[in-house]
Ligand binder design. Structure first.
Ligand SMILES: N[C@@H](CCC(=O)N[C@@H](CS)C(=O)NCC(=O)O)C(=O)O
Length: 214
């Protein structure tokens, strides 16, 4: 357990990734439930922690970290030893974890889903771009369909019985895709549902949505 951890960021799926990692690791933490596009990320205090003015941001003592995949991996590496989670045991496993993580973060999250979010669901801020949105949705579905057979082989997670940081990144991003109207193939839906049924995920989701938290 650590009492020096503070997580900034509520409601957002990217903040949820960090809440989930903290719950899987059984870590206590303080929560600053600031949200995107409310002005709360623009304060001088928060900008001091994250000049990018985005959530999530983690403080662990005097160590400050942004970018949800970096934070999830940091927490697993710093606090996962001896816990009921999977940590890569060799270079090949680390590479496999990286492969799934970069796939989720780059091919799905950055290249396609964030584009759909900005130019379809937040078009009043970022402008409409229907051709780009349709192309991104098609691209995202093609990428997800390409990995669906491999996801069907997870037993039940990427590395077997124990959940890994890469699972947190992949499962949340597949859910992100479904929210943005990408039709998940059955193996991906089953995997996401299985991961989200975990007690740690359910507790994390409740905390992520608890705007009265301090
Ligand atoms: N790559 C970053 C993205 C962070 C991000 O875009 N956060 C959104 C909320 S999900 C945000 O803070 N948006 C506020 C804004 O764009 O002003 C991560 O994964 O942490």
């Amino acid at each position: 357990m650590s009492n020096g951890i503070i997580l900034w960021g509520a409601i957002s799926l990217r903040a949820l990734r960090v809440h989930w990692a903290l719950h899987e690791l059984g870590l206590s933490y303080q929560f600053r439930p600031i949200q995107s596009r409310t002005g709360e990320t623009l304060t001088a205090e928060y900008t001091g922690h994250n000049p990018k003015q985005k959530i999530p941001c983690l403080q662990d003592g005097d160590f400050t970290l942004t970018e949800s995949p970096a934070i999830v991996n940091y927490l697993f590496n710093a606090y996962g030893a001896g816990k009921d989670v999977h940590l890569p045991r060799n270079a090949a496993e680390q590479a496999r974890a990286d492969e799934w993580s970069y796939f989720a973060m780059m091919e799905l999250d950055a290249h396609s889903l964030y584009l759909i979010r900005r130019h379809k669901f937040l078009s009043e801020i970022y402008g409409e771009a229907p051709v780009a949105v349709a192309s991104a949705a098609e691209y995202c579905l093609k990428q997800i369909n390409a990995v669906a057979p491999a996801v069907a082989e997870f037993d039940p997670y990427i590395f077997g019985e124990r959940i890994s940081a890469a699972d947190i990144l992949l499962a949340t991003t597949l859910d992100f895709a479904e929210r943005y109207e990408v039709d998940l193939p059955p193996s991906c839906r089953i995997y996401r549902d299985r991961a989200f049924a975990r007690a740690a995920f359910q507790a994390a989701k409740a905390r992520n949505e608890d705007l009265d938290a301090a």
